[in-house]
Design a protein around this ligand. Structure first.
Ligand code: ZN
Length: 658
């Protein structure tokens, strides 16, 4: 995995709380022409849905992006000089953030981010707009004033996804899955469709927008004939080409089913596709393309479009294969109640991959592991595919080496060298266990509603997978299987996990705000719960030196037992659908932040001048033609974030603004 070119520039630029990096694609050049063509066609499908994600995130995102891109291009191409340099930089940074978040809301907090340029600047710049004259609501005098309200008025579309369960979640969320409809009406609408005791329910509402017009509920499905048709047709165009060069029949079957699903919007075909996709284990090249994760919907039903084109990293896959081949051993030895153990763990496949292209909701910020499909019954009956993404993890590591972050939050020199030595393999193994085994482990009690945990389901599910990984990292089995030589690897992961959950992840939260993001809630839950439960035995210690707070683990074995104990409880909560206890765990441990510690962490972090969030630009793939025939595909590493975004805006924009 470290065969990548070390002179490669990983970190490209930084603005506000964001850093832009790039990744390498080792192994592409060694592929056969047919494989290169397949990658090329799939990457085009990955890029073609970009506008969908923008529009799903918020109704006016495309309008804003298109208007701002037009102004930005006019201003820079004609070297205009109408506002101060700083004001134009701030305007550009705002646009960079819109690209980064696929809209005007922060990708992580989902709060609308405020502009750092003035209204006066906006009025001057907006006069340079030369694009299409879009419609705007009657109560505004001009398009410019309408956009001004969206960008500058803190009340307008303040939050993309509200988690505040006391009010109407839909009213409080700017996300574009619902319009002019109340939460209760949506819940009733889908409740009526559900069949009692259906063992294989489709994912109701997954791929549609629900609205009310003249008192009638209208569901608009995403398909080549429905909502987002121009973009979906483009995706299908490239999928057809991919189907023609598929590596084998299983892969071809999956691609063809995905095409049919996109043409019909039929969720039964979506399930068929997922089953075919899970069954395709032999292909080198693989991809994710569809409406998949529901984190963006306050009701957890509707999915945001995302895509990743990838291929197996053969060396690293040896590691994940060992883990997945032993899935049943792990399941049998998991410290959970016997009733909630899976008697037979099916088809836990795992591999390490390198991404070739990121798209939609996976771009520019990307996951480092994926476990799909999401439908519980498909996982139960057919298993799931689980991947860790090698080249992205590697790029993160390379980009962050010299930041000083570790030295700021760790006092102990041995702990620092432990992390430097084992941190990378430790975190890869954690991700492997989390994705290959953690999410797939355990089972529901009979009659438990899989949606019983509602808005607390995501952080609890992530905690379950993390705890599974943490518990087994310290197990002798890891050495028996030859996954690492000594337990220092596990210690390195315990150190960084607890430090992160109790302290360092707070750099991503604004002072005074609670923790909202599911993965962050999960990490604080695990760390804070173990800290409190281990207090009498001083398992984890918080101490001060020179006015700075540090965290130290005093007893790794006892910490491991605490991980096991919490895993047992979280599994019970999931298996029984115990909403009240799940809610209490999250609210008591995962949400609130100690103000003084938070302030201290932010001050220490600020001095380091590192952006807490990272994202990537993509390489591009250039087909070389002889006549009509592709004879090679060239991999080109791009190096300019703005150029790539403007290019995507021109080349892969298939939807019009409202
Ligand atoms: Zn997860």
């Amino acid at each position: 995995m470290n065969t990548q070119n070390s002179n490669f520039k990983f970190l490209l630029e930084q603005f506000d709380d964001i850093k832009i990096m790039r990744y390498q694609v080792p192994g592409f050049e060694q592929m056969s022409l047919e494989q290169k063509k397949l990658i090329y066609f799939l990457t085009q499908a990955t890029l073609s849905g970009r506008d969908i994600t923008f529009d799903q995130h918020y109704k006016y995102n495309l309008l804003i992006r298109k208007v701002l891109e037009n102004i930005y291009t006019n201003y820079t191409e004609q070297k205009m000089n109408l506002v101060s340099e700083n004001e134009f930089t701030q305007f550009s940074n705002y646009l960079k953030k819109v690209w980064f978040s696929n809209g005007i809301h922060h990708h992580n907090s989902t709060d609308k981010f405020p502009p750092n340029f003035s209204k006066k600047t906006w009025r001057i710049l907006s006069e340079q707009y030369t694009g299409k004259s879009y419609r705007y609501p009657k109560n505004f005098d001009s398009l410019s004033l309408f956009i001004e309200d969206i960008i500058f008025n803190p009340q307008t579309a303040a939050k993309r996804v509200s988690q505040d369960s006391t009010g109407d979640l839909i009213k409080a969320s700017a996300v574009n899955f619902y319009e002019n409809i109340e939460q209760k009406e949506v819940e009733d609408y889908y409740h009526q469709q559900k069949k009692e005791n259906d063992p294989c329910p489709v994912s109701y509402g997954l791929n549609s927008k629900l609205s009310k017009q003249n008192g009638k509920i209208i569901e608009q499905t995403y398909s080549t004939k429905g909502l987002y048709a121009p973009a979906i047709k483009e995706i299908v165009f490239w999928l057809r080409k991919a189907s023609q060069v598929a590596e084998n029949n299983n892969q071809k079957k999956a691609i063809d089913l995905l095409i049919r699903y996109y043409e019909t919007g039929d969720l039964h075909i979506w399930d068929e596709y997922n089953i075919a996709w899970v069954n395709d284990l032999d292909s080198l090249i693989d991809f994710v393309n569809g409406f998949i994760e529901d984190y963006g919907d306050p009701l957890g039903m509707k999915a945001t479009w995302e895509s990743i084109t990838n291929f197996k990293d053969l060396e690293a896959t040896k590691r994940t294969s060992i883990i997945s081949e032993n899935a049943q051993w792990f399941e049998n030895h998991s410290p959970i109640d016997n009733r909630y153990r899976k008697p037979v763990v099916k088809g836990v496949s795992a591999k390490a991959i390198n991404v070739a292209m990121l798209g939609g909701d996976c771009f520019p910020t990307t996951p480092i592991g994926i476990n799909l499909p999401n439908a519980d019954w498909v996982r139960r009956d057919y298993g799931s595919k689980s991947v860790t993404i090698e080249n992205i993890t590697y790029a993160y590591d390379q980009a962050s080496k010299a930041s000083g972050f570790l030295e700021e939050f760790v006092l102990d020199k041995d702990e620092i060298s432990l992390t430097r030595k084992y941190g990378s393999i430790a975190s890869n193994l954690h991700t492997d266990l989390h994705e290959c085994l953690g999410h797939g482990s355990g089972q529901l009690a009979e009659g438990t509603n899989p949606e019983a945990l509602k808005n607390y389901a995501s952080p609890l599910e992530e905690a379950r997978a993390d705890l599974f990984a943490l518990y087994f990292l310290m197990d002798d089995k890891m050495q028996d299987l030859g996954l690492f030589e000594n337990k220092n690897v596990a210690k390195a992961e315990y150190n960084s996990y607890i430090r992160n959950g109790l302290m360092s992840q707070l750099v991503r939260v604004k002072l005074g705000n609670p923790i909202e993001q599911a993965h962050m809630r999960n990490r604080q839950l695990v760390a804070a719960w173990c800290f409190e439960k281990g207090k009498t035995e001083n398992v984890i210690e918080k101490f001060q030196k020179d006015g700075k707070t540090y965290v130290k683990i005093n007893n790794y074995d006892k910490l491991r037992l605490l991980f096991g104990k919490l895993l047992k409880e979280v599994q019970r909560i999931k298996s029984e659908g115990d909403y009240e206890t799940g809610k209490a765990l999250i609210e008591d441990y995962a949400v609130k932040v100690n103000y003084d510690l938070h302030k201290e962490v932010l001050e220490r972090f600020e001095k380091l001048n590192i952006a807490p969030y990272g994202g990537f630009i993509n390489p591009s793939y250039i087909p070389i033609y002889e006549g009509e025939t592709i004879v090679d595909v060239e991999l080109v590493y791009e190096e300019d974030y703005c150029l790539q975004m403007i290019k995507y805006g021109n080349k892969y924009s298939f939807l019009d603004a409202e």
